[in-house]
Write a protein that binds this ligand. Structure first.
Ligand SMILES: Cc1ncc(COP(=O)(O)O)c(C=O)c1O
Length: 456
């Protein structure tokens, strides 16, 4: 084994700006539209949910946006994160590929999610918000926002998808330790939750339903804003700190990735690593490949359609143009709770449509097989979401071996799985099964897509 395992940056080398990909796209993004009228949204329409700074970032024409000093100060608790060469995994696979992973699991909450939770809490605080309300699937986003609100003196309320609330009680404890209030969703606290419970009292919940509940609470209280952990442009923007660091780290080792991989729920960790490298492809025509990995049980990019849809189940959020399985889609209770979302970040969707990103889907059994291989070679236990990226990286490395062609692969290690050991238990006991979502269910959910006026 030669060369460095961990490519580290010093605190002084922490990037001081986020990268906004919008100015580098082949065409401008489709505008978000009002959920009731279908007309393009104005910044004022969003002001009930978000602070102005984030609304401006959503459609900013600036390529680089400076990171405020108080945000950098919190980032320094765990950033810069290591870029790690996975020598032991390479050896186990017998591949000529160089495999790197960007270890975002070193944050206090255990994932990449604090990269956006911290600036969202900060901008809300300086604009006078008292409380943030949000939803969480796996509990990673809720933990991150609870921690960030705690740093900036904001209250935090989290609607947690019921199946995850039951599967991951210690994620709830984590949120409570940072001072948040956690409610299983669907809940009787909101009209949205009550409507779902009336139809199905045993509803396992979904991210779409939990978003409806959180948005309803935020819209009915002027001191409360809503916070979203993925999908939106400003969330992807904040996550680019990952790729900006990785660019510097690759420069230090004198390599550059041929393939960039990330798992996709709403698209934020994937975009965070990928977009700074995508800049090289869009501006200079570099031939880097980008692979977005999703579960077969929730295949928005590989089997959904590209259309305007609501971000939530009830239809309270703006309409955005994205790959969707329909806002009524309730995926099966796979363990990768953070990947159970019907939609996708519009910026990721647009780059899939224009051929810059290749989507792939895996079943959870093959995903856990790769996760265990990773844990036994590299030592770190991947979150079930992250394990999707591990699977794709392993397959890419095996392809390099078959073809006898070396390549440099990097994937985003978006989070650790310390709170997901029940999922590993069910893998080891053989009770983990693959879910492939039935085509009829997808077709049914797509029938309810909102009608949007023809685009100008
Ligand atoms: C560890 C981890 N990775 C990935 C995701 C997926 O989200 P996104 O696609 O926004 O990165 C989540 C979501 O909760 C997560 O917790």
């Amino acid at each position: 084994m030669t060369g460095e395992h961990k490519i580290l940056l010093s605190e002084r080398e922490l990037p001081t700006a986020w990268y906004n990909i919008i100015p580098d796209l082949d065409r401008p993004p489709a505008p978000p539209r009002h959920p009731a009228t279908g007309k393009p949204l104005s910044p004022e329409d969003l002001a009930v949910l978000f602070p102005m700074a984030l609304i401006q970032q959503e459609a900013s024409p600036e390529r680089f946006i400076p990171i405020p000093e108080p945000v950098l100060d919190v980032y320094r608790i765990w950033r810069p994160t290591p870029l790690v060469r996975a020598y032991r995994l390479e050896q186990a696979l017998g591949t000529p590929a160089h495999i790197y992973y960007k270890n975002e699991s070193v944050s206090p909450a255990g994932s990449h999610k604090p990269n956006t939770a911290v600036p969202q809490a900060y901008y809300n605080k300086i604009e006078g918000t008292k409380r943030l309300v949000t939803e969480t699937g796996a509990g990673q986003w809720g933990s991150a926002l609870s921690m960030a609100c705690n740093f900036f003196g904001l209250e935090c309320k989290v609607f947690m998808v019921k199946v995850s609330y039951q599967q991951k009680p210690y994620r709830r404890s984590l949120m409570q330790t940072w001072g948040a209030t956690v409610v299983p969703s669907p809940s009787p606290e909101t009209a949205a939750g009550r409507a779902i419970l009336e139809k199905d009292p045993n509803s396992p919940g979904s991210l779409g339903i939990a978003i409806s509940e959180a948005v309803e609470v935020a819209a009915s209280d002027p001191a409360t804003h809503y916070s979203l952990g993925s999908v939106l442009n400003h969330v992807l923007l904040h996550q680019t700190i990952i790729g900006e660091e990785a660019l510097k780290q690759f420069a230090l080792v004198g390599e550059y990735p041929d393939v960039v991989i990330g798992c996709v729920g709403g698209g934020s960790n994937f975009a965070g690593l990928a977009f700074p490298f995508m800049r090289g492809r869009l501006q200079e025509g570099r031939p880097t490949r980008f692979i977005a990995v999703e579960p077969k049980a929730c295949p928005s990019l590989t089997r959904g359609i590209y259309a305007y849809d609501f971000g939530d189940t009830v239809g309270l959020t703006p309409l955005v143009k994205m790959h969707t399985l329909g806002h009524n889609f309730v995926p099966s209770g796979i363990h990768a709770g953070g990947l159970r979302y019907h939609g996708m970040a519009p910026l990721v969707s647009q780059l899939v449509v224009s051929g810059h990103i290749e989507p792939v889907a895996y079943g959870q059994v093959e995903v856990f097989e790769a996760a265990v291989l990773f844990a036994r070679t590299e030592g770190i236990i991947p979150a079930p979401e992250t394990a999707h990226a591990v699977r794709a990286a392993v397959d890419e490395a095996l392809r390099a071996k078959e073809e006898g062609k070396p390549r440099v692969i990097v994937f985003n290690f978006s989070g650790h799985g310390h709170f997901d050991m029940a999922a590993y238990d069910s893998y080891f006991s053989g009770t983990l099964v693959n879910h492939e979502h039935p085509q009829e269910d997808i077709m049914r959910a797509l029938e309810d897509l909102p009608k949007v006026p023809a685009e100008a």
